[in-house]
Design a protein around this ligand. Sequence first.
Ligand code: NDP
Length: 461
Amino acid sequence: MREVDLFVIGGGSGGVRAARVAAQHGARVALAEEYRLGGTCVIRGCVPKKLMVMASRFAQGFREAGGFGWALPAAPVFDWAALKRQVDAEVLRLEGVYRTTLERAGVQVHDERAVLDDAHTVRLLRSGERLRARHVLVATGATPEAGPDFPGAGLASTSNDLFRWPAQPRRVVVQGAGYIALEFACLLNLLGSQVMVVLRRDRILRGFDDDVRAHLQSQLTAQGIGFETQASISAIDRHGTGLAATLGGGTLIETDAVLRALGRRPNTQGLGLEAAGVALDDRGAVKVTIDGRTSVEHIHAVGDVTNRVQLTPAAIREGQVYADRVFGGIDAVPLSHLGEHGLVPSAVFTTPEVGCAGLTEAEALTRHADIDIYIATFRPMKATLAGGDERTLMKLVVRRSTDRVLGCHIVGADAAEMIQLLGVALTLGARKADLDATLAVHPTAAEELVTMRVPARRHGI
Ligand code: NDP
């Protein structure tokens, strides 16, 4: 039986990083991926999604151009198939880059499913080969949650299916109101589909700051996205050439596609984890300690399969730290950082974008009484000539006694880019006085972050 120092199951962001770095530290590494190298982020997530978001924003640009003196010779026409070809080609290129990177580092790549026969034995399902692994890393990611079953549920699509849609649906019902649901709702709406979001609560984006949730929902409504709140789908039927979604209360929505985006479930089934003695939690995620150890000493897990922070950069960091620690003898990143994931800046690529870092107002108030809230809402400069109702929101959550900025929340153009840098400031422990001392860059939207002087609300006074 061939022996390796590390066998990585899953070729997504976390697994590929760990495999490459471990091999560069001198370990003999093999990796198995049953679908395509790159995982969710590259193949059917962040990358193709962001390219589609970019495509959708041209629609805004074309609409606004007139205000800046441009006359378009004819109404622009969007070709879904042409975009799909371009996006597919870029994804293929990146997949190739991942393969080359692994091979150059000396990782043996197996394009097939791998399962554990026992804690040290990996079996490749197609070739039947069995390998002995000193260490195993489970990096199998997650998959769209099927959600509650109902008649016709099989007619709905997930985000995985959307990337394969041959044509753009004229009308789309989106169920769910998290990251994925809203990103696709926005991009499809801008590309010209009529979009109805069906959510079980009153507000979108549970867990985000309440001002962000209200602001974004009103912005999306103003753009023509419909919201059926306190609602769920009870049936989907074929209806003419399209579909009809029936809501719990009996409302019928005619549509051409139903996209369900109800969260993601860790990929742990049928991997032999039970046989190997790896404990799972009640959601089926691999249970891990701060540094990714499972209940079996030489088996670790990183990324979405652990259901901690379901974000690519978190998986990459986990994979890097694992490989450095176990194969490089380096404690590069303090494990406390890894466990808490430090401060996690994140963005939702709706249009307008959402960028958040640190605590929401509600979270801050559960920890401290003395909280000041700074809020700026304004019409972005572009809208002065382009017209439109767009409003940008910026919000800072500050602890009065320490002056520390505990949270920053932005809804508006380029919020993702802004929050990446605010994330640096907050990680460094920025105080409100530091933002005040920073000279503004004018004219920008981001200058509002350093020019807010008067709290909109003061708690604990
Ligand atoms: P989210 O957890 O963000 O959202 C799930 C949505 O589905 C929520 O609105 C939730 O409602 C709703 N929901 C869940 N179960 C049901 C149900 N049984 N019936 C009706 N509604 C239901 O998951 P996503 O699938 O959107 O995304 C998964 C993760 O992927 C994200 O959490 C994020 O970590 C990551 N991601 C990150 C992106 C980024 O960084 N830009 C982009 C895309 C994904 P409720 O709030 O009521 O529970």
